[in-house]
Design a protein around this ligand. Structure first.
Ligand code: ATP
Length: 321
């Protein structure tokens, strides 16, 4: 595991910003850290990067205790903060060389390293421009190049696409994807799920200082599938269909409109197939059977609104079942 966080706690005065946060980032992951404003993303990132102390809990990087060995943090992490500092009178290459010097690189080695990184983030033509003259998107790229100077194995970016226009955002994402393909483990935070769901291989959703959903995109896609209703169109024998669904242990809600039943179904693809077979074997003439395509947003809404009680069947009174 590249990064392992256990039971992280942080209070600001009496305010509990982190409430037993756990996080695992595997090597090579492009990890999306998502949560609403104030959920505790920046606090977590600041603790990871050694800028803030936690009250309790552990942070391990490559199996080493990062809190006891802050040098480990410094060497292995590259950090792109959400705000860009002000460096008025520096050109892009002076800026980069300044940070290279901070990591002990000088002369030709430093210049070469800086040039390679600027090419990598698409800023090679801006080497002599003043940092202040760069657009927001370019500054963001420069921040990225700077964070990569010491060739860290884990790159952490706090809300990197905030304030960028859609096109710049897309280009930035492409750069992030390339870096990940070249072997960097990356954590990228956002309060917008849609921003990360296509980009990332893994997702962690934080709310009120706790991780509420985490896993690979594949695992989460399965979960999304499971969270969506099955829509069944019944040609004949509606009462039997409703009776079967009502008694089915995986069916949680039923809504009926004309010949169409929308069943909140908690089963996976296989159980879905079995449900169809049961309906047919019960002599119900099923004309249509499909699962509504799901989205990550829907899962997010579902888990954050705690929709886990069985909802009373809306059809119950009318059908007399
Ligand atoms: P955002 O998306 O808005 O940046 P976030 O998920 O990064 O949110 P944090 O910045 O970690 O959230 O903040 C978590 C909570 O802790 C917020 O309610 C915030 O107001 C509070 N908080 C953060 N820093 C401090 C501080 N220095 N003093 C007091 N409260 C703080």
């Amino acid at each position: 595991m590249m990064l392992k966080i256990r039971d992280l706690q942080k209070t600001y005065g009496s305010y509990h910003a982190l409430n037993g946060l756990d996080m695992d980032i595997r090597e090579g992951a492009l990890y999306g850290f998502v949560g609403p404003n104030g959920a505790g993303k920046t606090t977590t990132i600041k603790i990871m990067t050694g800028l803030l102390n936690a009250d309790s809990g552990t942070v391990e990087i490559d199996g080493l205790d990062a809190m006891k060995r802050p040098r480990v943090l410094k060497e292995r992490i590259g950090y792109v903060p959400d705000h860009f500092g002000v460096y008025d009178n520096l050109t892009v290459s002076e800026y980069m060389e300044f940070f290279a010097a901070c990591y002990g690189m000088e002369g030709l080695t430093a210049r070469r390293r800086c040039r390679t990184l600027l090419e990598q983030v698409g800023l090679d033509e801006k080497q002599d421009a003043f940092v202040e003259s760069l657009s927001r998107g370019m500054k963001q790229r420069l921040g990225l190049a700077r964070a990569l100077i010491h060739d860290p194995s884990l790159l952490i970016m706090d809300e990197p696409t905030i304030g960028l226009d859609p096109r710049t955002r897309l280009e930035f994402r492409e750069t992030v994807r390339e870096l990940n393909e070249q072997g960097k483990t990356i954590l990228i935070s956002s309060h917008l799920l849609a921003d990360l769901s296509e980009l990332c291989s893994d997702i962690g959703i934080i709310e009120s200082g706790k991780m509420i959903l985490t896993g690979s995109m594949d695992e989460i896609q399965d979960r999304i599938h499971t969270s969506k209703p099955v829509i069944i169109t019944v040609q004949e024998n509606m009462p039997a269909a409703l009776k079967l669904l009502k008694e089915h242990p995986l069916v949680r809600t039923i809504t009926v409109k004309d010949r169409e039943i929308m069943a909140g179904f908690q089963g996976d693809a296989r159980q879905e197939g079995e449900l169809l077979r049961q309906l047919i074997e019960a002599g119900i003439l099923v004309r249509g059977f499909m699962r509504e395509p799901g989205s990550l947003e829907a899962v997010f809404m579902q888990i954050t609104s705690h929709e886990d009680e069985r909802v009373v069947l809306s059809y119950e009174d009318e059908s007399g079942l």
